[in-house]
Ligand binder design. Structure first.
Ligand SMILES: CC(C)(COP(=O)(O)OP(=O)(O)OC[C@H]1O[C@@H](n2cnc3c(N)ncnc32)[C@H](O)[C@@H]1OP(=O)(O)O)[C@@H](O)C(=O)NCCC(=O)NCCS
Length: 180
């Protein structure tokens, strides 16, 4: 997984020293409320250790789960992910052919444009590495996340049950350099 740098941010692999931040981030209801079919907050530091290990386990030239950090002081501000999205269907879910982009920011850093700045860079990274398209799905009530999708140029496709056995707002970005 390669580092990605933007004007204000460095996206880098997760480290063991990020466990306290991950626990702080995912133990908050405002962060978790729109994530998953049955949202729940993280309840122990052990869970945060396991999450960091899972984040680190993605070993792929294009996909990744990055720690988004602020360049000026190295502070972690959230998570940016680019990975195969599970298709709706039987459990355990099978990955679809599509790749999703997603973002989870610590509320201390909302309202700064960091999610959009990081997501725009990851979308550019995806397309530079030849992906045809990238999707994003949000809970229909998650306007903040839908705004990120629109801010980075994704197109709203309406409600879809194609992924995660859930009805989500679907957004799609197509690689501008690929004919279709
Ligand atoms: C979704 C989420 C990442 C959006 O965060 P966000 O800070 O609103 O998004 P952005 O980084 O695009 O920032 C945009 C806001 O920053 C403001 N802003 C300030 N400086 C800015 C800058 N330099 N550039 C762009 N926007 C800037 C914008 O005006 C906008 O504010 P507004 O919403 O009040 O209009 C955040 O709400 C979150 O982490 N939620 C919990 C997890 C979650 O639901 N994830 C998505 C699952 S699908």
């Amino acid at each position: 997984m390669e580092n990605i740098t933007t004007e204000r941010l460095l996206l880098r692999p997760w480290q063991e020293t990020d466990v306290d931040f991950v626990y702080d981030l995912y133990s908050r209801w405002v962060v978790q409320r729109f994530i998953g079919n049955e949202p729940r907050v993280m309840e122990s530091r052990t869970e945060a250790e396991e999450r960091v290990a899972r984040f680190q386990a993605i070993d792929h030239p294009v996909h990744g789960i990055w720690a988004v950090t602020r360049r000026e002081d190295g502070a972690p501000v959230g998570t940016l992910l680019l990975k195969p999205i599970p298709a709706s269907g039987e459990e355990p879910p099978k990955p679809s052919d599509d790749v999703e982009i997603g973002w989870h920011l610590h509320p201390d850093y909302w309202g700064s444009g960091f999610a959009s700045e990081a997501a725009e860079a990851v979308l550019a990274h995806a397309f530079a590495h030849g992906l045809d398209r990238v999707v994003a799905v949000t809970n229909p009530a998650n306007e903040a996340s839908q705004n990120v999708c629109l801010r980075i140029g994704m197109k709203a496709k309406g409600l879809s049950r194609k992924y995660y056995n859930a009805t989500c707002e679907l957004f799609v970005a197509k690689n501008p350099t690929v004919d279709s």
